[in-house]
Design a protein around this ligand. Sequence first.
Ligand code: HEM
Length: 128
Amino acid sequence: MSTQSIIHLHGLFVILSLVLFSLRGYWMLRECPALQARWVKITPHIVDTLLLLTALWAAWLIFWSHGTHPAFITVKIIGLLVYIGLGLVALKLGKTKTIRLAAFVAALVVYAYLIAVGVTMRAIPFIS
Ligand code: HEM
């Protein structure tokens, strides 16, 4: 598979992950029973695993196999951990709806930032 295909596949899982997380966040706020459906619990884990695998694969092909590691990759790894933590609070650990809503919005902000980092390949996007 070509490097471009891996990057596009990574981009595809980025969008799928965002759609599934937004849907689950919306259902969480509406206290919708759909949130408990088996596929809703399993599919995001599969998509997020594929997102990470394609990310690592792309990073290996473009950077790590050449002995380089740009700052934006470090930012994305840390950002991904922050996003996962906020997502856990939003969908599982948050004790009140206000806490879950705040974590959900913060996770979306972090995700938007990571998309901008991915597209521009800069830790501080859109500033040259
Ligand atoms: C939630 C986390 C992440 C988001 C939202 C995200 C987002 C994106 C986006 C939107 C692109 C551009 C895709 C395209 O042009 O079709 C991209 C590219 C890329 N991402 Fe991610 N990414 C994430 C995590 C990661 C992680 C953890 C790594 C590394 C371990 C990584 C490595 C890369 C690489 C190497 C590229 C290709 C850059 C290039 O065009 O040369 N990403 N990412």
